[in-house]
Ligand binder design. Sequence first.
Ligand SMILES: *Cc1c(COP(=O)(O)O)cnc(C)c1O
Length: 388
Amino acid sequence: MSLPATPIYMDYAATTPVDPRVAQEMARYLGLDGTFANPASRSHMLGWLAEQAVEGARRQVADLIHADPREIVWTSGATEADNLALIGFMRANRARGRHLITSCIEHKAILDTAASLEQEGFEVTLLSPDRNGRITPEQLSRALRPDTILVSLMAVNNETGSRNDIDALGRVAHEHGAAFHVDAAQAAGKIPLNVETQPIDLLSLSAHKVYGPKGIGALYVRRGTQVAPLIHGGGHERGMRSGTLPTHQIVGMGTAFALARAEREQDNRHIATLRTRLVAKLEGLPGLHFSIEEGYGVANILSVGFDDVDGQALLMEMRSLATASGSACNSADVAPSYVLKALGIPSSRALATLRLSLGRFSSEQDVDGAADIITTTLTRLRSIKSPA
Ligand SMILES: *Cc1c(COP(=O)(O)O)cnc(C)c1O
């Protein structure tokens, strides 16, 4: 087998390439011959044009989730949106209660923010998922307290692709009078989102998981939901997030979200076909385990763990395949992923777990090449380990 010259990219859940149609649009908002002016410059035509572009993009992002454009607040990404949702909401509503509920398999943008809120005197309950990565409405119901004011749960998990029943969970939060925040960084463009019909008050979005640029995201804030700003100065974004708006980034996110809206079903069909092919090529491998059962997750993420192989060696030997592992490197230490551990997956297998994530530009050749690399590497490492 000859290795491809460039690595096969199978890490779309970490970030996506910018769609060429998005990059082309962004380029029009940078230079002297483009719409580069400050969108907050109200005194000249060029400023108005930039503002128009920003507001057009705001509508494109709002449209994907069926929101009113006035409910979209630009941020630097989903990390900032998560921070603004949790810290901003808890601070603005502290008179009503101090308790927040989230889960132990959330992204670090939620977990670290929740930990910082504890330092501020708020109380946090972390729910544990079932073996397929779901938080049940019954579990949430039991954890709610009279002083619970916010529940934050992700729509799609970034490591395993597992999906939560957002409608059922949101209803439980609302029946209790708590607000509901959803981290939808991995859900946008993959599953339908509709804040008109779904019980969601706050929703975090990122552009770079949906073929847009890195460094731009948004928080949906349902009308009437109080959120205290984290960044002060100038009063942009109705006072919730100050700072000169990055027109090119915003136009990039808008274009990417418009494409996601128009092409979601086509993308999903393409990815589902590739996933089926990938699963068929891998499932016969000895000692292979899918991290969650089929049917519980999104098609674009496939998390597979292996017995009887050293996780670190596996990753090291597969440099021509760009993928993510079930381990987290904290300086010198290699620890199994906290998400896989929470699903009850043993540490040794979590360390030998690969997150293979597909996207719009994945091809059959990518899938076949990746399956070849994984099969060859596993076979070689196992033969070294067990002398004949
Ligand atoms: C990527 C991701 C984030 C962080 O988004 P950024 O835009 O990179 O800050 C947050 N939550 C989830 C679930 C993600 O996958």
